[in-house]
Design a protein around this ligand. Structure first.
Ligand SMILES: *Cc1c(COP(=O)(O)O)cnc(C)c1O
Length: 421
């Protein structure tokens, strides 16, 4: 049984919530470092293995610097994400640009940074050539279609908008070589929040076999394959984290069978995980504003789905701790809600919890990836602050909370004075 731990004591989190008003997200530096280290260490057998942290999971330059400090790169998919990587000191081939439906200025910036460009579609080859030129190093994203099945978050590959078909990818590499590309990578991303280690082994086998097939047919020699992200985390107590050694051992034996001893060796491995790196090490801290009893019992927080959308978006489970009541029996059933005028603004439905009182401090677990990042301003909600719990136990603010002035800053309020309708 995996229990849900907090990286801070009750006194510590009470003090932090005195110093910084709730709601806020707080990340644990030590935990993030540990996650990226255990991923890279489990692939130590694979020379040149690199984890490109998916910036979209937690787009904060302080967190990117922590990742970079452990040798990680950045996986970006937009111009602002490329700028975040650059400002965090990550550039050149430590950046992979895995975008789709890409505007020209984003390709131009990616080339300026010397990033690995990972193309999503065959039509992007002439588009890239026209706007930014064809780089020496290029990667293509493969969509296996009906050959693989996905899961609830990412869906089935044949329904997914991403990537090249098998036929297109052969043609794509031929075309790119004609246009001057000399170094090649192969990418796929077929899983999201996947807890089965075999899934990642199957993905590696698929890419190794495809790399061998393209090598035979087109004479293209690959420098790397990128397995994408998608390693899941145990959101529920009792779930086990993905055993990275099982993943790595499985991939190693596939490598030995398909790649080692062939002209394809050495072939570097890359991943672009977001969730498994920061997810378990971020917490949304909130306070109970109201208790309401109608047809159900409601505990209304000062946070809402603008701070963490996953439960409303995917019905995702996020564990909830009522601070100081960890050892009390969970005998009361609550819907834990936010204040949006949307009935799906609930962090939990029918959750058994200890008896809740107004003012209780509530910690929502596993909010470190695709949490604050998915924030929005619907209903005039303001995004919360982000804090970092340093390894020495100190706390710094790495992003302030949005203010009402921020909310109005994109409106032309002076123009409004002269506007009549
Ligand atoms: C979202 C995404 C990732 C990261 O996914 P996680 O589930 O956070 O590991 C990696 N690569 C691409 C292309 C993505 O879209």
């Amino acid at each position: 049984m995996i229990t849900k731990q907090l990286p801070f004591s009750e006194d510590q989190i009470r003090q932090i919530s005195e110093d910084f008003p709730t709601p806020f997200h707080i990340y644990n530096e030590n935990g993030i470092k540990g996650s990226i280290r255990s991923l890279t260490e489990s692939f130590r057998w694979s020379e040149g293995f690199r984890e490109y942290f998916a910036v979209k999971a937690a787009p904060n330059p302080y967190l990117l610097k922590i990742v970079a400090g452990q040798g990680g790169g950045a996986d970006c998919s937009s111009l602002p994400e490329l700028l975040l990587a650059q400002k965090s000191g990550i550039s050149g081939e430590k950046v992979i640009f895995s975008s789709n439906d890409t505007p020209a200025d984003e390709f131009i910036k990616a080339r300026e940074l010397g990033a690995i460009i990972n193309l999503d579609d065959i039509s992007h080859i002439p588009f890239l050539e026209k706007h930014a030129g064809i780089p020496e190093l290029i990667c293509l994203r493969y969509n296996p279609g009906p050959l693989r099945t996905g899961n609830a978050i990412i869906g089935n590959p044949s329904e997914a908008k991403y990537g090249f078909t098998r036929e297109q990818i052969h043609k794509g590499y031929r075309l790119l070589r004609e246009k001057g590309a000399r170094r090649f990578g192969l990418h796929t991303m077929v899983a999201s929040n996947e807890l089965n280690p075999q899934y990642f082994v199957d993905t590696a086998v698929m890419l190794f076999e495809l790399a061998a097939e393209i090598h035979r047919a087109e004479g293209i020699r690959f420098e790397f394959v990128n397995l994408g992200g998608g390693i899941g985390i145990p959101y529920r107590p009792g779930q086990e984290p993905v055993n990275l050694k099982t993943v790595s051992d499985g991939i190693k034996s596939a490598y030995e069978k398909i790649i080692a001893g062939t002209p394809l060796h050495p072939l570097k491995l890359q991943m672009e995980c977001g969730r498994v790196i920061t997810g378990p090490h971020g917490f949304l801290v909130s306070r109970v504003l109201h208790l309401k009893k109608t047809y159900k019992n409601y505990a209304g927080l000062d946070a809402c789905m603008a701070n963490l959308m996953r439960p409303a978006l995917y019905g995702a489970y996020h564990h909830i701790t009522i601070v100081g009541k960890e050892n009390e029996p969970a005998e009361y059933k609550y819907d834990v809600t936010g204040s949006l005028c949307e009935n799906n603004d609930k962090f939990a439905i029918d959750r058994m919890l200890p008896h809740i009182e107004e003012g209780d401090l509530v910690v929502i677990h596993d909010a470190g990836a695709h949490g604050h990042a998915m924030g929005f301003n619907y209903n005039g909600k303001l995004r919360s602050a982000e804090l970092l719990l340093r390894e020495d136990g100190s706390v710094i603010q790495i992003r302030r909370a949005e203010t009402i002035d921020d909310y109005f800053s994109t409106l032309d309020m002076a123009g409004l004075q002269n506007f009549s309708a």
